[in-house]
Ligand binder design. Sequence first.
Ligand code: ATP
Ligand code: MG
Length: 581
Amino acid sequence: MSSRVIRKTEAERRSAVMPDPEAARADFSWQTARDLLEGMPGGGLNIAYEAVDRHVAAGFGAEIAIRWLGKDGTARDLSYQELDGQAARFANVLTAHGLRRGDRVFALMGRTPELYAVALGTLKAGMVFTPLFSAFGPDPVRTRMEIGEASALVTTATIFVRKIAAWRAEIPSLRLVLIVGETAPDGCVALAPAMANAPDRFATVATAEEDVALIHFTSGTTGRPKGVVHVHQAVLSHALTGRSALELTPGTSYWCTADPGWVTGTSYGIIAPLVNRCMMVVDEADFDLERWYATLERERVAVWYTAPTAIRMMMRAGEGPARGHDFSALRFLASVGEPLNPEAVIWGKKVFGHPFHDNWWQTETGGIMIANTKAMDIYPGSMGKPLPGITAAIVGHRNATLAELGPGEIGELALRPGWPSMMRAYLHEAARYAKCFVDGWYLTGDLALRDAQGYFWFIGRADDLIKTSGHLIGPFEVESALVEHPAVAEAAVIGLPDETAGEVVRAYVTLNASFFASEALEQDIRAHARRRLGPSVAPREVVFRENLPKTRSGKIMRRLLKARELGLPEGDISTLETDEK
Ligand code: ATP
Ligand code: MG
């Protein structure tokens, strides 16, 4: 735990959407969230209606919904009106091909404007949207389409031919394949002409709050990805947390760097910003240091939501490339997905003038649960506090029942069920779903502690905890100490079996630009870790790597490092970044 603190100024506090999180908590009711929404005229709640229809109806159709930045350097703006029209056309295409309410529409494509029309059109039609990373290979796509019983797939011709064509006929539920562009292979439908011929108006289906809207697959960091079911009511959480945790207000220039294939890229890369009538920047390209700095500057991005892996990549290149850029439009920076090392929080302040605000949530929770909000002082390394409406605790087994643990005690992070974006099921895994709920708590599978001030600190995944010579070690603590060393860019820490100690700590690190692996450097890093952590917690060995294995959503896969080290089966690696395979 870090003793450093970044105090917010009175002006920062006052400018926050939620100036006093504690007071907001005390006064909270979910009605506050409902007030941010419209509801459908004849009753019913539909995410797409809240995200686009109602803004157009209220006269905001000309405002920019999406500023799309193509890989090739071109840019295109879509107004709310245009996005609404495109989504309506897509909804009409689906129904014209016989798809019905509740059918499942999978998207396997890059971040092109069509993807956003597909997402919103699917929801307008009362169907279920499931985005997948376009980089997934044929097997991960097939498995997910089987688990999710896909009714329709939207993809590109290249992806279709390379990854889908061979087994398309073997998915009995799949009735329609739409291909982005003017032409399509046999048996598929070309999307562009179909959209052009479809009306740009569609009566959005008056879905009920509990109707299924989204299926997301988890990142696969700890094992086989689970299919997580979310309902339209989730939009309450998206609307509210977009405001309270991310400072999204109408007109905000906002950039979420996540792909919709990861839940973050849908909850906060489509729904929350549109519901809050922001202008969202969508970059078709993947991480590129210079491009990212230029985008932040040119698009006058005010709120930026990204992930630790990207922040570490920026840090790896040093401050040099950021110099000379004008980041004066930025007013809030946030991060999610993995523990955010204290160094990274502080680096944000140095380079962008604002610290990164870490927040915590999962595919299962559908939206942000614990956050450092703009008005809160930040203790770098802490995930923040539960948002209004969310009750979180650290629990542990005491005499066979689950009990809340006190400040400073490590236990499992648990949440009181009942917020709107809570998952409603794991597809085909009823028993696993049921096991998440014990004694009135939802168990997250993450270990954490809460300090005396109510801040939550991530310790590690329950599976990643290391037990050595009577100590319990969370990999995050060790990794954070390692990345403080000037040479270390990223670190992954695992426990390896050891006869005397039970387990010993082994670290894998990548190096910053201008550092090279050597025995002397390895010793120096270990010495640094011993000074910071003490001899029993510091890694016994530090191994240099060019890259660490990561999921598509950028999370370090410690289980894979461990399996490889021990010669064990690798388990499900469907989400491994392709360059690692
Ligand atoms: P799988 O469940 O398939 O193993 P996953 O848990 O990585 O994959 P996601 O739902 O994308 O899938 O990620 C949620 C998890 O990410 C959390 O349970 C937590 O372990 C980690 N996480 C998210 N945000 C943070 C954060 N701010 N600090 C630490 N860990 C985080
Ligand atoms: Mg998980």
